[in-house]
Design a protein around this ligand. Structure first.
Ligand code: ATP
Ligand code: MG
Ligand code: FE
Length: 341
């Protein structure tokens, strides 16, 4: 079974062809760093316009790379949310048009399910249920992944996402956009113990996250003029590592049924975070699974793979399906936003 996947929910325009045997026949990603860099972050209207310009050529490109035509594919999978609604609409309507033209089913993919299932594309041995730390630009959650479309959210952030914290810290340290890779690069030359910073929520019973106070503490430390940028970056990154490890430790303790500890999302590309989580999984005697770096940040292959998993489960969508700016993986958890989370 061959699936075409389209991704356009943020600032990557991407498409890929993936088959049900986990073969990635082709994938292309176009970032928009140059378009957004002058503004220090993603501008939704500019992102949507860039997707309009780039997506169709990228689709033509992956078909050419793989040496196939639309007639050879079995379904079209497109991100239908959550994300910046203008970009999501570009990808979804492109997917609908291609599905209609090829007379093939459409699969409306939740971008977060793309991240959540991407480790199974990379590792055929990864079985449900697994504990997932989903760390991306817009999300920071611990989820028990029980099956396709079947998620239990154990924790989320009460303020900023992990990637958001990296991006805001990069901005205030003058490291530019995109922030995560820049912070990681500069942190290599710094001392991670140089700057005392808080570890918000570490030690609390529920494995939720908080990063807003950490970012503010970095801002104060930077303003004091007492620290170098590499020391600030390294100390910030270490604080994030400590928070992720402590919170994941609670969740691992609560999920003995998990077959593995898995990390996904753009922040999962961070080497210090991957190393620390590897050690944590070993302490719980669980296999640790992290996708290759290119599969962590947004791409079309994860959307095609989520589409392949849904297609195998017999799930396809109507051409009238809507784009959704918000779309939780565990709607029940989202509905009981009790104590601020
Ligand atoms: P979401 O998936 O929540 O909708 P998104 O799609 O914008 O958000 P991703 O593409 O999954 O997010 O990840 C992008 C985020 O990952 C950015 O915040 C970026 O700074 C961060 N990131 C990327 N590489 C690294 C890295 N090496 N270290 C830390 N953070 C990183
Ligand atoms: Mg991006
Ligand atoms: Fe993403």
């Amino acid at each position: 079974t061959l699936i075409l996947g389209l991704e356009s929910s943020c600032d990557e325009t991407a498409a890929a062809l993936v088959d049900s045997d986990r073969r990635i026949l082709a994938h292309r990603v176009a970032g928009q760093e140059a378009d957004h860099a002058p503004y220090g972050g993603v501008v939704p209207e500019i992102a949507a316009r860039a997707h309009v310009v780039r997506l169709a050529p990228i689709v033509a490109g992956v078909l050419k790379d793989a040496g196939v035509t639309l007639a050879d594919i079995d379904a079209v999978a497109a991100t239908a949310g959550p994300g910046l609604i203008g970009g999501v609409m570009v990808g979804l309507v492109t997917g609908k048009a291609l599905a209609h033209a090829a007379n093939k089913p459409l699969i409306a993919v939740n971008h977060l399910e793309g991240h959540a299932l991407s480790p199974r594309l990379a590792d055929p041995a990864l079985e449900f249920p697994y504990l997932l730390l989903l760390v991306s630009g817009g999300h920071c959650q611990l989820l028990l992944v029980k099956g396709v479309g079947d998620y239990r959210r154990l924790a989320t952030t009460i303020d900023d996402a992990a990637g958001e914290a990296f991006d805001k810290t990069a901005k205030l340290l003058g490291l530019g956009y995109p922030g995560g890779p820049a912070v990681e690069r500069v942190a290599r030359d710094g001392n991670r113990q140089a700057v005392p910073l808080p570890r918000p929520l570490v030690g609390s019973a529920e494995p939720h996250f908080s990063f807003a106070g950490l970012k503010s503490a970095v801002a104060r430390a930077a303003a004091s003029g007492a620290h170098s940028v590499p020391d600030l970056a390294a100390s910030f990154q270490q604080a994030v590592v400590d928070c992720l490890v402590d919170r994941s430790r609670i969740a691992l303790g609560a999920c003995p049924e998990a077959t593995a500890f898995v990390v996904a999302g753009g922040v999962a590309a961070n080497g210090a975070i991957r190393d620390a989580l590897t050690g944590l999984a070993a302490r719980f005697d669980k296999p640790f699974v992290a996708p290759p770096l290119w599969l962590c940040t947004d791409n079309g292959a994860m959307i095609a793979w989520a589409g392949a998993e849904r297609f195998a489960a017999g799930i396809t969508d109507d051409l009238g399906v809507a784009a959704r700016p918000r779309w939780p993986l565990d709607p029940a958890a989202e509905a009981v936003r009790g104590a601020g989370v």
